[in-house]
Design a protein around this ligand. Structure first.
Ligand SMILES: Cc1cc2nc3c(=O)[nH]c(=O)nc-3n(C[C@H](O)[C@H](O)[C@H](O)COP(=O)(O)OP(=O)(O)OC[C@H]3O[C@@H](n4cnc5c(N)ncnc54)[C@H](O)[C@@H]3O)c2cc1C
Length: 459
């Protein structure tokens, strides 16, 4: 990291709003460059969507998390912070639940022997997957995927039978009524990136995990921020951002305790609608870009069981009787021996925010889930559940619609000195912790460059 601009003349007071991975990375990088950074987050627990909490036997993320081998920015940060001994890469036991049975789906060989569709369809599916894996993000070839929905492209390429049995169910499980509107660019990138986690196209997939939970990274990153002088105000969100009149960018940031801070730059790492709430006077057409950002929410149950539900880590669901997007049995990835013998299972559901699961009580949700889990494992019994938690996240997954690249709001808003860096700007890759680190690195460089330029221009 360059410290060439680390002089009093280029130091600025910077507000970072949001203490998720993007906010913490941004704050760290800007402080490394000599700026005076303050970071706010309403939650006492930093880390946003990637945060973990204490469970019997250790710590676990509120929402299941792993890394792909293509996640280079976060691995570089883990190494830079000296916590690489926590990072493990392990084979992932993937499965596919259909017709009341779990089929292993560890690689291309399993796909070719998946009996739920005829062999000719499997072969076709294999070619489609290979074609998507071979389309790289370099160059413009992938851009044709921006102009067609995944629904339409996959139906055409894979054929009706394979599409209905495999892809349609998964698109519906993740995007509900919006399944038919998601751009093929989103789907292609998911397939492409997963190839990068395999040793060879036919190879086994390896996934990464931070032993001790993602909190190990979050806590170390927050520690590194503090060592660089960042003032972290965890447990206190920002309520309002106001421009201060004058010949250079200046803002008043007012927090939930009513305290106001004057800063030269503001970087919001919150979802797009939240920025609009904090700064309602956003001019058009930028304003419309923020209001048109659409997110799927997530409702995620974490169950502590006294025995395993299955032998699969990541279970995709292609069975209409099950309302879930996926069942992720964490302890089939990182064994129960690391959690005092407890078995941990996430039951995940992506939802529109008006879905009944959002407002149902935790007990009602559990009543709804238990009989469905018995479809996955007929022996499963409610008495296996030793403890349960339900977590909800409103801006879990930005919906990537057609021609998305034309809809992304720029990092620099129309207000000089006010920036946005959030998951809806990650594209064509799908959101993820790696891309939030990358976002933090890039936004810090952009803001630092702008500060140096503004100061040079204004003498
Ligand atoms: C169910 C689920 C599973 C996932 N699985 C994976 C996975 O396996 N691997 C992976 O890499 N990624 C995964 N992700 C995605 C990953 O967690 C996120 O993409 C990433 O953590 C986003 O980080 P961020 O900092 O950009 O945003 P966020 O984590 O959303 O952070 C935004 C922060 O802003 C704060 N904030 C909100 N309002 C205010 C305010 N008024 N003032 C101040 N602060 C405010 C919030 O409290 C939050 O901390 C998953 C996400 C979900 C929901």
């Amino acid at each position: 990291m360059s410290s060439g601009q680390d002089t009093e003349s280029t130091r600025a007071a910077i507000a970072v709003i949001g203490g998720g991975i993007a906010g913490l990375t941004t704050a760290y990088r800007l402080a490394q460059r000599g700026h005076r950074v303050t970071l706010w987050d309403p939650s006492a627990q930093l880390g946003g969507q990637a945060a973990a909490f204490s469970v019997p036997g250790g710590h676990l993320e509120f929402f299941y998390h792993h890394l792909f081998m293509s996640d280079r920015a976060i691995v570089a940060l883990i190494e830079e912070l000296g916590i690489e001994d926590h990072l493990v890469w392990l084979s992932s036991k993937n499965g596919f639940f259909a017709d009341g049975k779990i089929y292993s789906l560890a690689g291309a060989r399993d796909l070719l022997s998946l009996p739920i569709i005829p062999f000719i369809d499997r072969l076709r599916l294999g070619f489609v997957t290979l074609f998507l894996q071979k389309t790289t993000p370099q160059g413009d070839r992938w851009k044709k995927f921006e102009r067609v929905t995944a629904w339409e492209w996959l139906r055409r390429a894979s054929g009706e039978r394979a599409f209905d049995r495999i892809w349609a169910m998964q698109l519906r499980a993740k995007f509900g009524p919006r399944a038919e509107h998601v751009a093929m660019s989103w789907f292609w990138n998911k397939i492409y990136l997963r190839t990068q986690s395999r040793e060879g196209l036919l190879g086994e997939e390896k996934l990464g995990y931070i032993m001790g939970s993602f909190n190990v990274l979050i806590d170390r990153l927050a520690g590194a921020c503090r060592e660089q002088g960042v003032d972290i105000r965890a447990g206190c969100g920002v309520n309002e951002i106001k421009q201060v009149d004058g010949d250079k960018p200046r803002f008043e940031v007012r927090d939930a305790h009513g305290r106001a801070e004057i800063v030269d730059r503001v970087i919001a790492t919150v979802p797009s609608p939240v920025l609009l709430r904090l700064f309602p006077d956003m001019p058009e057409p930028y304003r419309s870009r923020l209001t048109s950002a659409v997110y799927q929410g997530a409702v995620c149950a974490l169950l502590r069981l006294d025995q395993p539900l299955s032998d699969t880590y990541w279970m995709n669901i292609a069975d209409e009787r099950l309302p879930f997007t996926g069942i992720i049995e964490h302890t089939n990835f990182i064994g129960p021996e690391h959690y005092d013998g407890n078995h941990y299972v996430y039951v995940s559901k992506y939802v529109d925010w008006d879905h009944p699961y959002v407002t149902m009580s935790d007990e009602e949700l559990l009543d709804e889930y238990v009989p469905k889990l018995q479809i996955v494992n007929s022996k499963f019994n409610r008495s296996w559940i030793q403890q349960h938690w339900i977590f909800r996240e409103r801006a879990a997954q930005p919906i990537i619609s057609l021609n998305y690249s034309e809809k992304i709001p720029a990092h620099q808003t129309p207000i000089e000195g006010l920036y946005l860096a959030n998951t809806a700007q990650i594209y064509p890759q799908d959101r993820g912790t790696n891309y939030s680190v990358d976002l933090g690195n890039r936004i810090a460089e952009l803001v630092d460059g702008d500060i140096a330029r503004t100061k040079a221009d204004r003498g």
